[in-house]
Design a protein around this ligand. Sequence first.
Ligand SMILES: CC(C)(COP(=O)(O)OP(=O)(O)OC[C@H]1O[C@@H](n2cnc3c(N)ncnc32)[C@H](O)[C@@H]1OP(=O)(O)O)[C@@H](O)C(=O)NCCC(=O)NCCS
Length: 341
Amino acid sequence: MSAGSTGRTLQTDQGASYAGILGIGAYRPARVVPNSEIVDAIDSSDEWIQQRSGIKTRRFADDSETIVAMSVAASRDALAAAGVDPRQVECVIVATVSHLMQTPSAATAVAHELGTDGAAAFDVSAACAGFCHGIGLASDLVRGGSARYVLVIGVERLSDITSRTDRGTAFIFADGAGAALIGPSDTPAIGPVVWGSDGEQKQYDLIRSRQDWRDVLVADEPVMPHLTMQGNEVFRWASFAMAKVALQTLDRSGITVDELDCFVPHQANNRITDAMARSMKLPAHVKIARDIVDSGNTSAASVPLALERMMRDGDAKSGDVALLIAFGAGLSYAAQVVTIP
Ligand SMILES: CC(C)(COP(=O)(O)OP(=O)(O)OC[C@H]1O[C@@H](n2cnc3c(N)ncnc32)[C@H](O)[C@@H]1OP(=O)(O)O)[C@@H](O)C(=O)NCCC(=O)NCCS
């Protein structure tokens, strides 16, 4: 029986013709941690870390810089930049893998503390790709009429779930928050999302928590299930497969590499960024995000933090066309072309 055959037709919402990023905000924890503070515990050197990853310093959050507090601070900046009141926000999406409370979500607390009028709120678990998943969702919510203004936040306290003595991860992962306010736009300002996953066991295991919580609890001396990563394999996957996804994303938005102004890849490793730029044949005029040098890899927060930095430094100007792409544990990835607000 078709829906219409009973004579009852459901009413639906219709949203804005187009969506765009209206404002960007960031919160960087106060404590700056140089490589010199990391190296002894992992028998490494400042030179090795800089050469292999590009990282010079990163930031670690203190006890007061919680997932919720950092999210609220970044969101206030994004709202102020857009000139939108928190009560106008109808949905809050928090992308994170380091909110250490199984339930409820961080997003409902963020929506409350921001002073929204009971906005819909939920967390997204897509690791480093979480923020770009959120932008894709928010764009469709605005265009579908489900929400007029949507806050998308990428936030992490990876220092809580990274072992200080693990050579493969201790120097990479860090903390911070970035936020974007998505709302109606007169012109197309967020292109189609290109996203996907590869959860085959071998890939699923490349970046993961060391243990399931149930295994932690039966251990004689329970320890935090830290992140573990097979760096070499991740490096190869990210450098080659993600360059193809980046080109597909440009194609879906009808933008050529020559028309691109800014490239904002997940800040995983400067060498991955270089490999992607080479394989995409990015022209010299395209500005490339390098926030990893001072921020490390902040997973879901890395793309919005890098974008905020480029805008603040004048490398990304209003009206510029930027390619966002993020990838990580899952494996999962998401990318889209956006116009800088
Ligand atoms: C982690 C990463 C920087 C390691 O670099 P790499 O070149 O792959 O390093 P390898 O593991 O092959 O090790 C190379 C050498 O460095 C040594 N090494 C490994 N970690 C080290 C460290 N922290 N400090 C000093 N030396 C180290 C190894 O022992 C090895 O020495 P050997 O050649 O004498 O055996 C790199 O694999 C990487 O960046 N991967 C991607 C990570 C990433 O982007 N993650 C986030 C995705 S969301």
